[in-house]
Design a protein around this ligand. Structure first.
Ligand SMILES: [Zn+2]
Length: 524
């Protein structure tokens, strides 16, 4: 019996070790509210044999007051060997995934943290993230990192909150044994060689989300071209693919170019013209890493009109606008990243497949919405609380419904205006309230009830249709306290009505069809 108990407890321990997950977001730590991160300089060496990293992170920050404690997140898997401020070692405590540093009488704005350790392994990337160490088809090392759900603390010390972005960007000095390359954010400034190692220096001066900071190691080759942006800028466009997949590189580059062009049409010019438009082949499906999107969809292109479409590539690229340029500071509003980007995917259908392909796609997606959880989560949500499938599909459906309410001309102008609004871009953050207020001001429409219904509740208006004598029908929407503009198809064609609780009389020789094109989410 004792033996069995011992065995069971070991099993439990193994299970616990495997199930270790990290979260981020929620209320801001009071110690971290006192400073802002301006820049991360990460110098890391990768050891594929032991799946470990070693190096340092130099954090430049700005504080309103003299700090007694400088608090970062860094998971306990890593060992911190020393911390320097103004060239002198300072005290620190590293426990419970927190790194508290104690500056001694200094007005410093920079700290260098030396650390090393075995990397946490992703359980189900990118949803349950971490490092993914794989072998490519030729048996060479291939490593990808995903951390949307975990934050940057799984690879570097960071002020790990969605509200914190390195305002002046990042510099990444990433060292790998030859012949491996490391693809990362921004521009590649230099590859320096030392003995049997290469160091890649990547740099970006754009603000960047913690989970957007990223690197992928592999035996890569590239295809490149210059992208002519609608802004007039010429932007480097690159795909980094495994050498085993060299023959696919050119086709992938063309798919990327078409996706970029289509996004620019609806969301405005590519937001990081000083850097690049790029994807890197990863050993997991994908993620929106700023200017180096993860691509792991195995070149499964599908024809759409005259062009080729890759849903994964298109989706992650859309995040350069919503997710990377326009970011939320509270995961409660995460639907703005996923819903707007998912809607961008539907627009690819509209643009290249035409109206039939678009409406068919919308119908298919809508059928899978369970209407179980509101799209917007409570304030100060963590990532794990706020992340659920409806932030994608219902989020996109809300934007589609908004289009139905506003009509195409006003809708497309408003959509581009949000995507290009300076108030939401780069250093600042967007919230659902700010989004709603912007749309209302821009369109001059009162849409509060509309957004309240679809973003904050799981209720759906119920269609009530009754026959009232010959060729007369009575139509109402139950379950809402306001009127929604809805198309109704009668024997004389499609007309828009404002429907609510008060019944509306409609004449038709055929049974009226409510919302025949499927603009709105309704209980029918
Ligand atoms: Zn996404």
């Amino acid at each position: 019996m004792k033996k069995l108990l011992f065995f069971l407890s070991i099993l439990f321990f193994v299970y616990q070790a495997q199930a270790q997950t990290w979260d981020w977001g929620g209320p801001v730590d009071p110690l971290q509210a006192k400073f802002k991160v301006l820049h991360y300089r990460l110098q890391l060496e990768f050891f594929p044999q032991t799946q470990s990293i070693q190096g340092s992170s130099t954090v430049t920050f700005e504080a309103q007051e003299r700090l007694d404690t400088l608090r970062f997140q860094l998971i306990d898997n890593y060992t911190v060997s020393r911390v320097l401020m103004e060239g002198k070692e300072v005290g620190f405590v590293h426990q419970n995934d927190l790194l508290d540093i104690f500056p001694v009488d200094c007005t410093c704005n920079e700290v260098e943290i030396f650390y090393e350790g075995e990397t946490p392994i992703a359980q189900d990337p990118p949803w349950s993230g971490g490092f993914t160490w794989e072998k490519d088809p030729s048996g060479r090392h291939w490593m990808g990192l995903s951390c949307q759900g975990e934050g940057a603390k799984i690879f570097m010390p960071a002020l790990d909150h969605p509200n914190s972005e390195a305002q002046n960007g990042v510099d990444l000095y990433l060292t790998a044994p030859k012949p491996y390359a490391i693809a990362s954010n921004g521009r590649l400034l230099e590859i320096s060689e030392k003995e049997n190692k290469n160091t890649y220096h990547w740099s970006s001066s754009y603000p960047i989300n913690n989970y957007g900071i990223n690197f992928t190691l592999g035996h890569f080759t590239q295809a490149k071209k210059e992208f002519q942006s609608s802004s007039g800028a010429k932007i480097p466009m690159e795909v980094w693919v495994l050498q085993d997949h060299e023959t696919q590189a050119q086709a992938l580059l063309e798919v990327l170019e078409e996706s970029a062009r289509t996004h620019e049409k609806y969301f405005g010019p590519f937001p990081f013209p000083q850097d690049k438009i790029a994807v890197v082949e990863t050993p997991y499906l994908g993620m929106e890493h700023q200017t180096i999107n993860a691509y792991g969809n195995n070149y499964q292109f599908e024809p759409m009109g005259k062009v080729q479409y890759d849903w994964l590539l298109n989706h992650e690229l859309g995040h350069e606008w919503f997710g990377n340029k326009i970011s939320v500071g509270d995961w409660a509003d995460m639907w703005i990243h996923e819903g707007l980007t998912a809607y961008g995917d539907w627009l690819f259908y509209w643009e290249h497949g035409g109206p039939d392909a678009y409406f068919e796609k919308v119908k298919l997606e809508e059928a899978y919405i369970p209407h179980e959880k509101p799209v917007v989560s409570p304030r100060n949500s963590t990532e794990k609380t706020a992340y659920h499938p409806e932030i994608y599909t219902k989020g996109a459906m809300v934007i589609h419904s908004l289009r139905g309410v506003l009509g195409d001309e006003l809708f497309f102008k408003a959509l581009k205006a949000v995507a290009m609004e300076e108030e939401f871009a780069y250093t600042t953050k967007i919230s659902t309230d700010a989004f709603v207020e912007f749309i209302q001001n821009y369109t001059g429409k009162d849409l509060k009830d509309f957004f309240q219904l679809y973003l904050y509740s799981t209720n759906l208006p119920e269609v009530h249709l009754k026959k009232k004598g010959k060729n007369q029908y009575q139509l109402s929407l139950e379950g809402i306290q306001f009127e929604l503009p809805i198309e109704v198809k009668t024997s004389t064609g499609i007309q828009k009505y404002y429907l609510g609780k008060t019944p509306t009389l409609i004449s038709s020789t055929s049974t009226p069809e409510v919302d025949p094109r499927g603009w709105l989410m309704l209980k029918r």
